[in-house]
Ligand binder design. Structure first.
Ligand code: SAM
Ligand code: SF4
Ligand code: FES
Length: 361
């Protein structure tokens, strides 16, 4: 059995009820410890886990919550992920693709609203060839002091290299599950090895790298999720986004029950303990399943939120799962709403761009 003795630079007496938690805080634990903590149901034990994660987050990252303005610029997708409403085979979904000018305009609006990071996300849309994206990246970076994150899926190394060269700072590719067999089953026509190749290329090219998993996939066990945590640790993920799986009617997984919000929160807390300086997102999917889900995420190790800054006319069509929140709100309304939610927890909106600590060295 694998033992991790990483010397995670935290210590504490978060819980004498939970020996595995103490071992993680001491930086010497096994995958069994992670699996066990993922399975806890006792509210007191869960509270001890979340408190430990909050303490580590406060010590490593402070009280700030980083807001990343999300622009979902195209819902065209050639992919076939079994869980996602944007999959190519969903012919019921009206498709849209924003013009490059519109994308840059949406980014300018995000900058005006005070956001320090813009995230451009889409399906696997090959209309956006390397040069078009490079041009958009350059134009957005020229708008002012803004960090730019891309989340466009799997591309050849040369595309990633060109976008880095154009000024992109960060890239997100969730591994979704680090279990090769489960990955292949849920992603027909895609390759687990290519997903790994993307993450490796991005790291080598100097991007700040984000990844994450979907919690509640069919046949996914706590053991697999514990191994996902070790995968994110090995990757030294700079950013992690994890959400509950939410079934979409027009997909092969329509009948699979939704993922558990509580388990996502436990995953977030454990990621925080394993990677104290990571940017951990409290996802929109959490807010979709539980009106207080994003606040709960911020109290379980999270320090990032991703307000939707997609122009309103497109939002409902970026339907990766049903009942997504913020579909009818304007970007200004989300900004105000999130400010209130963050302040209600005694936290504050971070003023800086929120770059990985290694970029500042
Ligand atoms: N196409 C790119 C990719 O797959 O990396 C980026 C966009 S994709 C819509 C962003 C994320 O949405 C995926 O990484 C996946 O985890 C999440 N997602 C897709 N379908 C979902 C569902 N039914 N429930 C929850 N999250 C989902
Ligand atoms: Fe396409 Fe990404 Fe959805 Fe997969 S998760 S179907 S690649 S948008
Ligand atoms: Fe969009 Fe609350 S964050 S309305």
């Amino acid at each position: 059995m694998r033992t991790v003795c990483s010397g995670v630079p935290v210590s504490g007496n978060a819980s004498d009820v939970l020996a595995p938690l103490q071992r993680i805080l001491d930086g010497c634990y096994t995958v069994d410890d992670l699996e066990l903590l993922l399975g806890i149901t006792d509210p007191q034990q869960e509270a001890a886990l979340f408190e430990a994660a909050s303490r580590v987050r406060e010590a490593a990252m402070g009280p700030g919550v980083h807001l990343r303005a999300l622009i979902e610029f195209s819902n065209y997708c050639s992919g076939g992920c079994q869980y996602c409403g944007l999959r190519a085979k969903n012919s019921d979904l009206p498709r849209y693709r924003m013009e490059p000018d519109e994308i840059v305009e949406a980014a300018a609006k995000a900058l005006q609203l005070g956001y320090k990071t813009v995230v451009l996300q889409s399906g696997e849309d090959h209309w956006f060839i390397r040069e078009i994206v490079s041009d958009i990246v350059r134009r957005i970076k020229a708008l002012g002091d803004i960090a730019l994150t891309l989340c466009l899926g799997e591309r050849p190394r040369e595309d990633y290299a060109a976008w880095k060269e154009a000024g992109a700072d960060r890239y997100l590719v969730r591994i979704e599950t680090s279990n090769r067999e489960l990955y292949q089953r849920l992603h027909p026509g895609m390759s687990f090895d290519n997903r790994l190749r993307c993450l490796r290329d991005l790291r080598e090219l100097g991007f700040q790298v984000g990844s994450g998993v979907l919690v509640g996939l069919p046949d996914q066990t706590n053991r697999m999720l514990a191994e996902d945590l070790l995968f994110l640790l090995d990757l030294k993920a700079d950013m992690v986004g994890m959400g509950p799986f939410i079934p979409h009617e027009q997909t092969p997984l329509a009948e699979v029950p939704q993922g558990s919000v509580d388990k996502v929160l436990r995953m977030m807390a454990l990621v925080r303990l394993l990677l104290p300086q990571c940017y951990v997102v409290s996802t929109t999917a959490l807010g979709t399943l539980d009106p207080q889900g994003r606040e709960r995420g911020l109290q379980a190790g999270g320090n990032v939120m991703m307000p939707n800054c997609t122009p309103r006319q497109y939002r409902a069509m970026y339907e990766i799962y049903p009942n997504k929140i913020c579909v009818d709100e304007e970007p200004e309304q989300c900004r105000g709403c999130l400010t209130g939610r963050i302040q209600s927890l005694g936290r504050e909106i971070a003023e800086d761009q929120g770059n990985a600590p290694w970029t500042e060295q």
